[in-house]
Design a protein around this ligand. Structure first.
Ligand SMILES: Nc1nc2c(c(=O)[nH]1)N[C@H]1C(S)=C(S)[C@@H](COP(=O)(O)O)O[C@H]1N2
Ligand SMILES: [Mo]
Length: 307
């Protein structure tokens, strides 16, 4: 019998039933389904997750909300479809290829990815451009750890990301109405900011497929579409890279896409938002409430023009 974790982590790295190996980074994967996930949860428990000082103390949304109301156009354009249609998405083995303006292009195996930095629980506000929001307890690590490991050259000014794409695994992607593979990008200072993370989990477990398994970006002060899912490629560039929603409609979706109640979407206001699970709307806060930490990145920019 070949014993493999859900993430293709070698058996030696997998926590045996009930017992923890001493490594803080190791994932308590359910080898052959030995470890039963808690009721309502579908993932594999992540071991050694430390609490982050960057978490909000707002109450997280229910696991059910976060995993059944998704945007993942490769698996259908309605909110309910990804939970159903991404069920059989194969996320193991997984690698991220790194190239562009780096000392040496490389491919990171899953093992190397989860060892880049300690895993932290980051309870973040998450604001979709469609004016809904949630509080989500991600598990991840700073993207800066990967950037440092990638060893970019001085001329690298941006980081570009690409989602896995395969029409066999994503048959509904033909109806997505956007160019695929999905691509996104950040300016280098945004990528290096301590709030920017690569998430590998949710509620202490591995990411459900509909939430971007096995690894996705989270940039909590930007609209949700910047937080690209199921990343297989990262490229360092000198010029601002193309981004999926900007290609689709540049009037409506900019490169920066910072949450901003003062800049409306051409078809709706961004001043308020509906927190999923709540009845009354809330006021949207500039930079999604992270202004103290990120406003300085944009001090010389007109955020109405560079939306
Ligand atoms: N590859 C890919 N990444 C994506 C999307 C997508 O359709 N494809 N949707 C984006 C949008 S619009 C949002 S709001 C968030 C939703 O993340 P969630 O489903 O985990 O809440 O994922 C973003 N990342
Ligand atoms: Mo979104």
């Amino acid at each position: 019998m070949i014993v493999r974790s859900a993430l293709g982590i070698p058996y030696s790295k997998v926590t045996p039933k009930g017992a923890y190996l001493n490594r803080r980074q190791l994932i308590a994967a359910a080898a052959g389904g030995l470890v039963a996930p808690a009721a309502g949860f579908a993932g594999t428990k992540l071991a050694g997750v430390v609490k982050s000082k960057y978490s909000t103390d707002e109450k997280p949304n229910a696991y059910r909300d976060i995993t059944t109301y998704n945007n993942y156009y490769e698996f259908g354009t309605s909110k309910e479809q990804p939970a159903e249609l991404a069920k059989n998405f194969v996320t193991s083995p997984w690698q991220i290829a790194i190239d562009g303006a780096v000392t040496k292009p490389k491919v990171l195996d899953w093992d190397a990815i989860v060892k880049l930095a300690p895993l932290e629980e980051r309870i973040y506000r998450f604001r979709c451009v469609e004016a809904w929001s949630m509080i989500i307890p991600w598990v991840g690590f700073p993207l800066s750890a990967l950037v440092k490991a990638a060893d970019p050259l001085g001329k690298a000014k941006y980081v570009a990301f690409e989602t896995y794409y395969n029409t066999k695994q994503m048959p509904y992607s033909r109806y997505a109405g956007i160019d695929l593979p999905y691509v996104e990008g950040l300016r280098m200072d945004e990528a290096m900011h301590p709030l920017t993370i690569l998430a590998v989990g949710l509620y202490g477990e591995t990411l459900p497929n509909q939430n971007g398994a096995p690894v996705r970006l989270i940039v909590p002060w930007k609209y949700g579409f910047k937080s690209i899912k199921s990343i297989v490629k990262i490229k360092f560039t000198e010029k601002q890279p193309p981004t999926t929603w900007n290609i689709r409609n540049s009037q409506e979706y900019g490169f920066y896409s910072n949450v901003n109640p003062e800049v409306d979407h051409p078809r709706w206001s961004q001043a308020k938002e509906r927190r999923i699970g709540e009845f009354f709307k809330r006021d949207t806060v500039k930079f999604n409430g992270y202004g103290d930490q990120v406003a300085s990145l944009y001090s010389s920019m007109d955020l109405r023009k560079q939306y």
